[in-house]
Design a protein around this ligand. Structure first.
Ligand code: SF4
Ligand code: SF4
Length: 118
């Protein structure tokens, strides 16, 4: 997902998508053990690990699958590492924290994983 959205906004969008766009269904959701449940009405301050846990659930607990997620339109995409996405100062676009770390460790000015965030 491109752009700067807060974790709470990302949760709300995911919930709306989960219900096929029904705000009423989000309100009436009964899946209380879903990690996003307490925040589905856009209230509260979800910790980033909540979003991370949801992504792991989405990937059957497979960290590698979450890392390689190709659903760039998903509102949780930038948060799937459980870290706040950082900005690439050259483009002002957000990029996953993990991608930035790879850039730093390889001492490259251009992020090698940049394409996974577009
Ligand atoms: S809380 Fe979970 S199950 Fe309920 S609408 Fe949100 S994502 Fe779907
Ligand atoms: S970002 Fe990917 S892993 Fe996370 S919820 Fe969305 S589709 Fe699933």
């Amino acid at each position: 997902m491109i752009g700067n959205i807060t974790p709470l906004e990302a949760v709300r969008l995911r919930c709306i998508d989960c219900t096929g766009g029904s705000h009423k269904a989000v309100r009436e959701c009964e899946i209380t053990d879903c990690d996003l449940f307490p925040y589905r009405m856009k209230k509260g301050r979800p910790k980033l690990r909540v979003l991370r846990n949801y992504c792991l659930d989405c990937c059957n607990g497979q960290k590698q699958e979450a890392k390689e997620c190709a659903v760039k339109k998903c509102s949780l995409f930038d948060y799937r590492f459980g870290k706040r996405p950082l900005k690439d100062v050259s483009t002002q676009k957000t990029m996953p924290a993990e991608a930035v770390l790879e850039t730093n460790s390889n001492n490259m000015t251009k992020c090698i994983n940049w394409d996974i965030n577009l």
